[in-house]
Design a protein. Structure first.
Length: 250
């Protein structure tokens, strides 16, 4: 789900930084990556201090974090991002963050929190003419909060307001190497939430990317993954939020 910028995150970041000063950490060199449109990049971020993410040339114009696992602030001067995990001290669990540059190219950062000092990540893409303007806040904040609340309720298996919960056992044919089973629906007037169990039926690990689940139908607004990689014969959970069929127009 695409993020607006919320001012209260500044206070949360400040508290986390104070806590971080109490722990020794390994120094981290700047991470630099040559990237192309659609690239998926594994990066390390600091578990309990700030990590800066920037384009080598140009600005980050848009970003979104499907799982709401990152605190994100934008530096409007250079179009970079300052990020930190929402839970201080969490390490070794990958978090998926998507960014789009001024030329419209999108990159999927698979960020793993590590016990390192404040880090810096630079994405080097083919040069384009410089663009001005601030990082886009492309979805209205009330809408984002609604989607985030729905995903959290599904993850906790809890009821939510005016949503009706419908149990299901519907198998979906999406890929030959996996089995995908719809377990539950949260049905509301503006959104429908769906919980799926995905099982790796192949002999090798399967890597998951949120965008690949757009094949589940029209009107999908958010996809959240409990894991980005599944070992053979292991299972994980996928959360999907979509608009009702009557509103899911191109």
């Amino acid at each position: 789900m695409k993020y607006p910028i919320v001012s209260r995150r500044v206070a949360v970041l400040g508290c986390a930084i104070v806590m971080a000063l109490l722990r020794p950490r390994i120094a981290a060199a700047a991470q630099q990556y040559e990237v192309t449109d659609g690239a998926r990049i594994a990066v390390d971020i600091a578990a309990d201090s700030l990590t800066r993410i920037a384009m080598g040339s140009g600005r980050i114009k848009e970003f979104w974090d499907n799982d709401a696992d990152l605190l994100i602030e934008v530096d409007d001067k250079d179009g970079s991002l300052l990020v930190m995990p929402t839970s201080v001290g969490i390490t070794n669990r990958a978090i998926s963050l998507f960014v789009r540059d001024a030329a419209g190219r999108a990159y999927n950062l698979v960020a793993t929190p590590r016990d390192i000092e404040a880090a810096s990540i630079v994405l080097r893409a083919p040069r384009t003419p410089p663009a001005s303007g601030q990082c886009v806040r492309s979805v209205a904040e009330p809408h984002v909060r609604t989607v985030k609340r729905l995903v959290r309720a599904m993850a906790r298996r809890r009821p939510l307001g005016a949503y009706d919960i419908e149990e299901a056992t519907e198998e979906i044919n999406l890929w030959s190497e996996t089995r995908l089973l719809l377990l539950r629906r949260y049905i509301g007037a503006a959104h429908i939430g769906e919980i799926y169990r995905i099982t790796n039926s192949s002999a090798t690990p399967v890597v998951l990317v949120e965008s690949e689940f757009l094949g589940l139908g029209d009107g999908i607004e958010a996809v959240a993954l409990e894991a980005v990689e599944i070992a053979p014969e292991e299972s994980s959970i996928v959360y999907v939020v979509r608009r009702p069929a009557a509103e899911a127009t191109p």
